[in-house]
Design a protein around this ligand. Structure first.
Ligand code: PLP
Length: 390
């Protein structure tokens, strides 16, 4: 959105456009990456930047991580990989988690990105491509160690391992990484973690020596056995708790630092009498005279309707509950306990006093969905208080 350059002084874009403000703290991102490097104890730490880096912005996030020495990036789709390669240039490896669509081989090859090969037919197509170009191509294969989503089922992996010296197997390819993904890594006590670890070890062991990778954010904190050569954190980079359930249940703190702040200005304040209907459908009525504040953020901005009557904003340490339904472009807050709140004051929706995981819990979802739902109307700012450039 273009702001005229001759705006009178003091009129900030946030006030002019009436949108909420989304701040991404790249210094905090950098510190989170360093924390993960420490926690990885020598395993390489890739950056998972799929879905536009969980909604934060894949390019600024990846550029920041490159400067921290990150050399591997994972996205979900080939289109994301191509865009990231154009933006990053350079030599970092860019891997496509969702695999190789039939017919996409040449496009991936030309973009210099590597599909994660999830099925035998994908491996065969990649091998034919290598043959056509007379080149040994890097290959990454994913094994399904129990999640039943992507990757070679154990019987296909066994077949492939048996062929690995012959023409049907990995011939023409250089196996650079064997990976799998955990279904329950956010639940440290879940027995599936051990089971998947054992399955992965056993199947991966049948392939020629290559780097191995099993852990996402949650997996990285499950212990040394899970780290292998490369770990793949996403949500932890962006400040989400790797084990959010444990954080709530037993008070284990989130080791990561908040990266995203979302604030919104108060648009209007009113006092309503007892009995007044509040918002669409009158799902709430004022039990007493109430002071209400309206903010210009709604479900179109990613504050889902499921937060009707259960979300909250924070202002000067005070919790202002969402009251009534979340609408498309606005939310009503109970500001009865904030008599000094004024139009234009900024309330916090995610920030130091209101963690991403707390918001997710109130919304009945996970931090991932909160971040990837953040809408395009926010005034986005990337700040880097400790960095070289903004
Ligand atoms: C999304 C994803 C990750 C990152 O997961 P987080 O839980 O965000 O750390 C890692 N590996 C695979 C295969 C993924 O799909």
């Amino acid at each position: 959105m273009a702001i005229p350059s001759d705006m009178p002084q003091g009129e900030t874009p946030d006030v002019v456009t009436g949108a909420g403000r989304l701040t991404v703290d790249l210094s905090a991102l950098r510190r989170n990456y360093r924390r993960l490097v420490q926690a990885a104890h020598g395993a390489a730490v890739a950056g998972i930047v799929k879905a536009d880096a969980y909604g934060l912005g894949a390019v600024p996030v990846a550029q920041t991580l490159v400067r921290e020495g990150c050399t591997s990036f994972f996205v979900a789709q080939l289109g994301e990989a191509i865009a990231l390669r154009e933006a990053l240039g350079g030599s970092a490896e860019i891997l496509v988690l969702n695999g190789l669509q039939p017919g996409a081989e040449e496009l991936a090859y030309r973009a210099g990105v590597t599909p994660v090969l999830n099925a035998l037919h994908q491996i065969a197509a990649w091998r034919r491509l290598a043959h056509r170009h007379g080149q040994r191509l890097p290959a990454v294969i994913q094994l399904d160690s129990g999640m039943s989503r992507l990757g070679l089922p154990p019987e296909d992996a066994a077949w492939l391992a048996a062929q690995s010296d012959g023409l049907d197997g990995l011939d023409g390819l250089e196996l650079t990484l064997v990976m799998s993904h955990l279904a329950c890594a956010d639940m440290p006590d879940h027995p599936a973690n051990d089971a998947q670890l054992n399955t992965f070890r056993e199947i991966a062991g049948r392939f020629p020596p290559a780097r191995r990778s099993l852990a996402n954010s949650g997996g990285l904190f499950l212990g040394p056995d899970y780290r292998f050569d490369l770990v793949r954190p996403g949500i932890a980079l962006y400040g989400g708790a790797p084990h959010p359930g444990a954080e709530v249940a037993i008070g284990v703190g989130n080791p990561m630092e908040a990266v995203v702040t979302v604030e919104a200005p108060v648009t209007q304040l009113r006092t309503v009498p007892a009995g007044a209907g509040i918002g669409y459908g009158f799902t709430r009525r004022a039990e007493r005279p109430m002071r209400l504040a309206t903010i210009p953020v709604g479900y179109a901005d990613g504050w889902h309707r499921s937060q009707s009557n259960c979300g909250a904003a924070l202002w000067q340490g005070r919790r202002l509950d969402f009251i009534g339904r979340v609408s498309m472009d606005s939310i009503i807050l109970d500001a009865t306990h904030a008599p000094d709140l004024q139009p234009g004051d900024m309330v916090e929706l995610i920030g130091p006093g209101r963690s991403l995981d707390a918001v997710a819990q109130d919304a009945g979802t996970i931090s991932y969905e909160i971040l990837t739902s953040l809408g395009s109307r926010f005034q986005r700012r990337f700040v880097d208080p400790q960095g070289a450039r903004p």
